[in-house]
Design a binder for this molecule. Sequence first.
Ligand code: C2O
Ligand code: CU
Ligand code: CU
Length: 469
Amino acid sequence: MKRRHFLTSTSAAILTAGVLSQSSVRHAFAQGQTPRTRLAMPPLLDTRETGRVALTATPGSTAFGGGASTPTAGYNQGYLGPTVVMQNGDLAAEVQNNLDEAITTHWHGLLVPGEHDGGPQQAIEPGASWTPDLTIAQDPATVWYHTHMHGRIPEQVYFGLAGVIHLTDGQDDARGLPSTYGIDDLTLVLQDRRFDRSGRMIYDPSMMDIMHGFAGNRMLINGQAGATAVVPEGIVRLRLLNGSNARIYTLFMDDTRPMHLVATDGGFLPAPVALDALRLSPGERAEVLVDFSSGGAPVLMSDPGQAYGVLQFATDSTLSARITHLPDQLDGAPEDLSGAEAVTRQVSLDMGMGGMMMGGGGFAINGRPFDMRRIDFEVALGSVERWQIRSTMVAHPFHVHGVRFRVITENGGPPRPENTGWKDTVLVPGEAEILARFDQPASRETPFMFHCHILEHEDAGMMGQFTVT
Ligand code: C2O
Ligand code: CU
Ligand code: CU
């Protein structure tokens, strides 16, 4: 029950179920000690000098929060993978699979051709490797990588096969943005996971779990339970990735200090947007600036109506606060694609009876469950399309490979602030219209996917594929 409280009640619970109380953090600093569990960043893997990235899918054994150990998997480590720093240009990637089952590795948010995208057609068998030569040419953004092995994606991601990518142009100083990794620029992979009484992480979805998506009873941040993020007394950049299988977060700071949104999935906004709460569905990223100059020990929370703690912060006045005011402007320029569209398509994200008609357990798109041998749409290379997306039963986070898109309307109105920039994944509570230009080619052999990013839904059939030629 105690662990359950961590996710289902307020900040008081995070503190009892977690490791540190606010006063003990302050006390620890007063004594010049480091707190017992300080949140660690994933290791950095900077490809800018070498032009290469080598990722090895590796079996691991992880004792989360000191509980019983769980067999896990990661890239180059036992759970999750390094934060890979990339820049525009050529990048020789190599993914080696040292697991005993086939995986793929998809670059979620990188704009690369279908043959390098790492979708379900590009299985890497045990002992084998995959060597896509990536040519990257896009705006700076926080993107990510994860396995996309059809039939296995929920378990493989759950047990660790994911990591973050910082695509950078080296201009963050000019933008006035924090950029010191792990000090004032934090990468935060948000994942809820289910633990049994011994502290072992488990994945045992029931029918209901598949319907709603598999939810956990405890938060992990960067694979760590109960850790405290220690930050300087200045402006701190949080690069948030919802790496959960299914949980949708509505994030806010418990002391109501605002979060200033500076970037969405596909890049920067034109200017920061102050938010009291930020919604983040599976697959989405958001970069926010939070002002810690007044100190304090706030808690990042989720779900205002039924709040639970996500991450405890503590300030440390000995860390250098390099950025002390918010930038007024950023150089993000989400392009207005309206008026250019050639084709309009309907995309119905079906579950229950709608998808049931055609078999496949009820999960489908436009009534048809995913079939790796069927191409659903054929898109003309370089064209702009308007996709009208409609969710059934629950809100589905909708993702498209190979593009970044603009959200034009949500339920007939203007998009929420979170959805005004470049996106590749958008939560669709009812209906949404998006516009995208399809600049990356994809053949019938290696088409692009479009799908719900609730991994249980995707794997059960709520996915389709398209070519771009
Ligand atoms: Cu994050 Cu099709 O993937
Ligand atoms: Cu993707
Ligand atoms: Cu869904």
